[in-house]
Design a protein around this ligand. Sequence first.
Ligand code: F6P
Length: 322
Amino acid sequence: MKRIAVLTSGGDAPGMNAAIRSVVRTGISKGFEIFGVRNGYAGLIAGNLNPLGPRDVGGIMQKGGTILGSARSLEFKTPEGQRMAIRNLNSFGVEGLVVIGGNGSQTGGHALWKLGYPVVGVASTIDNDLYGSDITIGVDTALNVALEAVDRLKVTASSHQRAFLLEVMGRDCGYLALMTALAGGAEAVLIPEVKVTPEEVAKIISEAYEKGKAHAIVIVAEGAEYNAERLSNYFKEHQGRMGFDLRVAILGHIQRGGTPSAYDRILGSRLGAGAVEAIARGEYGVLCGWVNSALKYTPYEDVVNKKKELDTSLVELARILD
Ligand code: F6P
């Protein structure tokens, strides 16, 4: 019987558990034996693998995070770490690995694949910045958490006639910030992909005040040139001319800890099953993602070398709609 292993790596994302459950149960239904790796690549290097049966993944769909644990392993980036990982997989008789994660995790999967080890990726990150999947596991839940924060901030902001800077996650990609602005209604959005000066933001806020708005909301991606800290430092000196009093909220990891939405549970279930199907037919070195409303397998070479583009025209749409 063929053995396969599954790990989750990098930032945890709501829906990862649905993907683990799907890999375990579809794998077993196809006659595979499944091993779960604890704490991502760090667990692979430590040889921390355990068999997973159908009952081990019962009752996990509704939980955020990952029951397998995750990590960002520096050791795995070294050739020694990668060789140790393959040695451990071989010693457990594992013949294929499913990597559930985002950019860094799939780069790790690609490294193992280049060393000749059979790997299939599953697209999962709240950042939605992974080439080879229109949408990744965790994005929908994280977006809804950010949206709830915007709705709540608007209530208190209106009561006090205040402007709020809300910083959401997204180190290299503004997807979460842009969609939060579009779905929540914001006067301005700052993302890494589009340059906006603090002077422009100040002008937008003071115009909102002059129009008689009860509040102004600015969504900031953590990776924007002017993140919440830099922007609020600027505003400390220029507060007087904006009309509104200013407050800052940083959402941080709260976005990652949500109960997985229906969408993320379904996406996790489908991509997990898709990864097992690829292994069953002997297709490796690919990322299983969701493109044009269907499963799509993208070669790892493209996943690690190509950049997913963000539709920045939506910045203007968000601006017009508010
Ligand atoms: O990649 C997902 C992500 O949540 C990013 O948005 C964020 O910049 C990063 O992870 C935070 O990483 P950590 O959890 O290691 O602090």
